[in-house]
Write a protein that binds this ligand. Structure first.
Ligand code: SF4
Ligand code: SF4
Length: 151
């Protein structure tokens, strides 16, 4: 009986997703990859490290004996988010992301190109093993967008 009473008066922790959303942990390793163009040298180490062959990189020669990324494609539909590509990158240019909502209606929508995987305000990197991202993230909270809808 004491247990029942204790639970009857404890704070409600259930949220009404998707109206109410959580701020996830700074170290969430969500099912998405995020690419940082400024750091990438187009070495293709990430593509070689992927056991699934999910990452396609096509480089192009640039003036001054440099290389640029002509085409980047990551198949999130086949990805197991093992993070091997993230660990293999010598320049910290590819990261696991923060957004856990990845549902789509079509399989083809999970094959993302460079503009879609690029680090941006919409596509943020996880703070896991990345203190520079972790430092700028909000603390985890139970209610993300603050108040319950309609109140
Ligand atoms: S997370 Fe793993 S499976 Fe996904 S692209 Fe990277 S290495 Fe491949
Ligand atoms: S391993 Fe890193 S630097 Fe090399 S191509 Fe992949 S993301 Fe770019």
């Amino acid at each position: 009986m004491a247990l029942v009473i204790r639970h009857a008066f404890r704070p409600i922790i259930t949220t009404q997703y998707p109206e109410e959303r959580l701020v996830p942990s700074k170290r969430i390793r969500a099912p998405q990859l995020v690419w940082e163009e400024e750091r990438c040298t187009v070495c293709a180490t990430c593509a070689k490290a992927c056991p699934q062959g999910n990452i396609t990189i096509v480089s192009e020669s640039l003036p001054g004996n440099k290389y640029g990324m002509k085409h980047l494609e990551i198949d999130h539909g086949r990805c197991m988010f093992c993070g091997l590509c993230v660990e293999a990158c010598p320049f910290d240019a590819i990261h696991l992301g923060r957004d856990y909502e990845q549902a789509t209606y079509r399989r083809s929508q999970l094959v993302l190109t460079r503009d879609e995987v690029r680090l941006s305000e919409k596509r943020k990197a996880s703070g896991y093993f990345r203190p520079r991202f972790e430092a700028e993230m909000p603390p985890q909270t139970l209610l993300v967008y603050g108040e319950k809808k309609g109140k």
